[in-house]
Design a protein around this ligand. Structure first.
Ligand SMILES: NC(=O)c1ccc[n+]([C@@H]2O[C@H](COP(=O)([O-])OP(=O)(O)OC[C@H]3O[C@@H](n4cnc5c(N)ncnc54)[C@H](OP(=O)(O)O)[C@@H]3O)[C@@H](O)[C@H]2O)c1
Length: 366
C-alpha cells in the first residue's frame, strides 16, 4: 500500500513546484500550509487535492498533520527559524521525513540531535533533499566507488553557469542564505570539525575555464564517511558566487573575528534581511531555463594524488529540487526507505536506485 504524503509549505515557490512534480508522477499529496486561502486554488488546480492547515510556529498544528508511516515533506524555510516543528513531528510520529533545506546548522541538528531520537521512534530523516545536497552525495559516492580503498579524501563541488548577472535564486533561498552567513559551518576530518563558511577556496575546471568555489557545511560530511570504504576527509565547495568569491572568502576569514564583537551578528543578519526584501520573490523562468547545474565528486589518495572523478549535470536547480523531492517522497511512499535515523540519499535508497532515479529526472553523468 502507498503511504500518505503530506507536503508542508505547498504554497511557497519550491513547495508549489514540488506539488506540481508530485502530481506529474501520479501522486496525490495532502497540501499543507498556514493559509487556507492560498492552499485552496492550488489544490483545486492540481486535481482537487486534500488540504490541511498548520503553522510552523505552532508545533501542535504541525504534529497533527502526520501519523506513523506517513511521508512528510517540508519546504518551509528558513529552516533554522521555522524547520524544527516538522522535524520534531516526523520524529514523534515515526514518519519518513524529507526537506528542502540547504542550511548547514539545520543539517547538523538533523544528524546530531534528531537522528538519534528518530532511531528510537522508527522515523527516517532525509534532510537537504534538493539541488543541495543530493547531487553531491551521488557524485561523491560514485567517485568513492571508483577509487575503492585508495580514497583518503573526497571533494564535492556545486556550480551554476548560464545565469549571468540575473537573479537565479528565489527570495526564500536568499533569505535562508542570509540567515546562515554569520553561522559556523563544519567539515569532516575523521569526525565533524567546526569552521567558518568559505574558509577554504579552490578552483575547478567547469564549462571551459577554472572557476572558484568556497567551502560550506552540508550533508555529504555526515553521509560519505559512512560508505565503505569511507574517506578520512570530506570538503564540499559552492561555486555560486562568481567574481565575488574572493571577497566572500576574505570576508569569511576577517568576518569570523569581527562577528565576535557584541551586536555584530544581529546587524549582519538584519542587513541580509533588508537586502533580500528588495529582490523578486521568484527567479525569472527564462533565466532558469538557461542555467546549467554542475556537480563534481573527486577523490584523492593520502598523498593528494587524484584517484577518480565523477561529473553530473542538470538544468534549472529549482526544477531539480522539486523533482528530487517528488521522486524521493514517491519512492519512500511506495517502497519505503532503508534505515532509521538521519540518512543520506545513498543510505536510504542504495546507490544504483538513486543513480537510476536521478537519471530519470534529468540529473546525468557527463
Ligand atoms: N536545497 C535546495 O536545493 C533548495 C532549493 C529550493 C529551496 N530551498 C529552500 O527551501 C526553502 C523555501 O524556499 P522557497 O523559495 O520556496 O521560499 P518561499 O517561496 O518564501 O516559501 C516559503 C514557504 O514557507 C511557508 N511559511 C513561512 N512561514 C510559515 C509558517 N510560520 N508556517 C507555515 N508555513 C510557513 C510559506 O507559506 P506562505 O505561502 O503562507 O507564505 C511558504 O509556503 C528555503 O529555505 C530555501 O532556501 C532549498
Amino acid at each position: 500500500m502507498t503511504a500518505r504524503i503530506v507536503l508542508l509549505g505547498a504554497t511557497g515557490y519550491t513547495g508549489r513546484r514540488t506539488a506540481e512534480e508530485m502530481v506529474g508522477r501520479g501522486l496525490r499529496p495532502v497540501l499543507a500550509g498556514r493559509s487556507p486561502r492560498r492552499l485552496a486554488p492550488l489544490a483545486q488546480r492540481l486535481g482537487d487535492l486534500e488540504t490541511a492547515t498548520a503553522d510552523a510556529t505552532d508545533a501542535a498544528s504541525v504534529r497533527a498533520l502526520v501519523t506513523e508511516g506517513d511521508v512528510l515533506v517540508s519546504t518551509v524555510g528558513p529552516f533554522v527559524q521555522l524547520g524544527e516543528a516538522a522535524l520534531a513531528a516526523a520524529v514523534e510520529a515515526g514518519a519518513t521525513y524529507l526537506d528542502s533545506t540547504g542550511e548547514p546548522p539545520f543539517i547538523r541538528r538533523v544528524f546530531e540531535e534528531f537522528g538519534p531520537l528518530a532511531e528510537r521512534t522508527g522515523a527516517s530523516l532525509l534532510t537537504a533533499f534538493g539541488n543541495d545536497y543530493v547531487p553531491g552525495n551521488l557524485a561523491g559516492a560514485l567517485a568513492l566507488q571508483l577509487a575503492g580503498e585508495q580514497a583518503h579524501r573526497v571533494e564535492v563541488a556545486y556550480y551554476l553557469t548560464g545565469g549571468g548577472r540575473s537573479q537565479v535564486f528565489s527570495r526564500g533561498t536568499l533569505a535562508s542564505l542570509a540567515g546562515v552567513a554569520t553561522e559556523q559551518v563544519f567539515t569532516w576530518r575523521d569526525g565533524i570539525s567546526a569552521e567558518p563558511a568559505g574558509l577554504r577556496m579552490r578552483t575547478f575546471p567547469v564549462a571551459g575555464r577554472e572557476r572558484p568555489a568556497l567551502t560550506i557545511g552540508s550533508s555529504e560530511h555526515y553521509t560519505l564517511p559512512r560508505l565503505h570504504p569511507g574517506p578520512h576527509e570530506v570538503d564540499v565547495y559552492l561555486g555560486w558566487f562568481g567574481p565575488a568569491t574572493k571577497a566572500v572568502h576574505l570576508g569569511s576569514r576577517v568576518g569570523s573575528s569581527l562577528l565576535r564583537l557584541p551586536g555584530a551578528r544581529p546587524l549582519v543578519r538584519r542587513l541580509g534581511e533588508l537586502a533580500t526584501s528588495r529582490v523578486a520573490e521568484e527567479p525569472d523562468p527564462a533565466v532558469l531555463e538557461r542555467v546549467t547545474s554542475h556537480f563534481i565528486g573527486a577523490t584523492f589518495d593520502a598523498a593528494g594524488t587524484p584517484q577518480s572523478e565523477v561529473r553530473l549535470v542538470a538544468g534549472d536547480p529549482y526544477r531539480l529540487t522539486a523533482r528530487l523531492l517528488a521522486w524521493g517522497a514517491g519512492r519512500a511512499a511506495e517502497r519505503g526507505v532503508t534505515g532509521l535515523g538521519a540518512l543520506g540519499p545513498v543510505d536510504a535508497f542504495g546507490l544504483d536506485v538513486l543513480e537510476a532515479g536521478c537519471a530519470e529526472i534529468g540529473l546525468r553523468r557527463t
